[in-house]
Ligand binder design. Structure first.
Ligand SMILES: Cc1cc2nc3c(=O)[nH]c(=O)nc-3n(C[C@H](O)[C@H](O)[C@H](O)COP(=O)(O)OP(=O)(O)OC[C@H]3O[C@@H](n4cnc5c(N)ncnc54)[C@H](O)[C@@H]3O)c2cc1C
Length: 379
């Protein structure tokens, strides 16, 4: 067992930290306030290779391992979780799914541009009536010979209005249940594809969340990923890896809030001393640091399992379940350490507290993670 990061890992971590501090920190409060998508920053992230980190270099990716991805996600999320969700969806749901299950033509046509951030992607599974219960797909993809006729609505889609490529899960054959579901590559601008208004959210307000409407959209057969009926498996397999990214996002939100709390506790004085000298504050910091370290180890364990081609269903779900709770607990305590200053926007911790909540909801709620974990335990 080796707990040492390699030179390459440390370099990726340092580059992500530098980028977050210099490019993401300025303006993060305003972007949150006005729900402004970090377009310029995402463009730069693409140029620096953060949007296709694990993609094979032959498709223009960084060829890095999942550990590097976790380290970069943590650093970016410490500062701007709205930017890191774009990074997470593009890397682990869109690029990974296409590279693993797409055919060569699809990879050349889409992945080569997604990996550099020239275009970004969206992953479209959730619907108004199908969230945790993803098998209840109402969106239909009727087989019309050389194309599918796509009809229905997708909800809560990250990168909804900024993506160029959408991986859409839809039901082709109801009689076959989840074995009758397909995953289709839908391009922005296809006739009959409409984007709904932007959601007004509690957190990750800079990210771009929309519902999508499909009315008689003709999707060519060559845009289906995998064999007929592979769509549900595609979605579940892709989400299993996606959870490692969201776990790392939660870890970053927690460690960002913790670092701010440590700094503030050394500056703020109460009763004639820095508040860090009060044992009640010291104990809060000790609990935060211990929980964050445990969350980090779970994230790295899941990333290591994936890199070693071992099963990462359980370890990824454990990492997400635990890290998202740590994000929530830590950010609440970080606000407390800041007192009244924690309640206003300038000190960043209130935003991190709002951002933390989504990590317990998307890519499988905490309850769903417990179902995944317990299923594995009781096999
Ligand atoms: C900001 C944001 C971005 C998102 N981005 C995307 C995206 O890019 N692509 C995408 O496809 N989706 C996306 N989602 C959707 C997200 O994945 C779903 O909201 C989530 O899976 C929960 O589904 P739901 O909202 O329908 O809640 P429900 O499934 O209706 O759940 C409601 C509550 O019931 C609980 N529950 C449900 N079933 C069970 C059960 N069997 N046992 C115990 N408890 C249960 C849940 O845990 C939850 O607490 C996003 C959501 C948000 C808010």
């Amino acid at each position: 067992m080796n707990f040492q990061l390699t030179e390459e890992h440390l370099a990726v971590q340092a580059a992500a930290r530098e980028f977050a501090q210099t490019e993401l920190l300025p303006g993060v409060i305003e972007r949150d306030e006005h729900q402004k998508f970090p377009a310029e920053q995402i463009k730069k992230m693409g140029e620096l290779g953060f949007l296709g980190m694990m993609v094979d270099p032959k498709y223009n990716g960084g060829g890095m391992d999942t550990i590097s991805y976790v380290l970069a996600m943590e650093e970016i999320s410490k500062v701007d979780a709205s930017a890191s969700v774009v990074m997470s969806v593009n890397n682990s749901l869109v690029c990974w799914g296409l590279e693993k299950y797409g055919n060569e033509e699809q990879k050349q046509k889409y992945l080569t541009r997604l990996a550099t951030g020239e275009i970004i992607g969206a992953f479209c599974l959730s619907e108004p009536e199908a969230g945790s219960d993803a098998t209840s797909q109402r969106t239909t993809a009727e087989d019309k010979g050389d194309y599918y006729l796509l009809n229905g609505t997708k909800n809560w889609i990250t990168n909804g209005s900024t993506a160029s490529v959408y991986l859409v899960i839809a039901q082709t054959d109801v009689a076959k249940g989840h074995r009758g579901i397909n995953a289709l590559i839908v391009e922005r601008g296809m006739e009959g594809f409409q984007i709904g208004p932007k959601e007004n959210k509690l957190g990750i307000r800079g990210s771009d969340t929309h519902s999508l409407m499909f009315t008689d959209v003709k999707v060519p057969k060559e845009n289906r990923i995998g064999e007929d009926g592979f769509g549900f498996k595609f979605a579940m397999s892709t989400l299993a890896g996606g959870r490692i990214g969201i776990a790392a996002q939660a870890l970053g939100i927690a460690s960002g809030a913790y670092e701010l709390a440590v700094k503030y506790s050394k500056e703020r004085k109460a009763f004639g001393v820095e508040i860090a000298k009060h044992q009640a504050i010291q104990f809060k910091l000790a609990d935060m640091a211990t929980n964050i370290e445990a969350a980090r180890l779970l994230c790295l364990q899941a990333a290591h399992d994936k890199d070693m081609h071992q099963d990462y269903g359980k370890s990824g779900a454990m990492a997400k379940l635990f890290a998202s709770k740590v994000a929530m607990d830590t950010t609440i305590e970080a606000v407390q350490v800041h007192g009244g200053y924690g309640f206003v926007k300038e000190y960043h911790v209130e935003r991190l507290m709002r951002d933390a909540k989504i990590t317990q909801i998307y890519e499988g709620t905490s309850e769903i993670q417990k179902i995944v974990i317990s299923r594995e335990l009781l096999k």
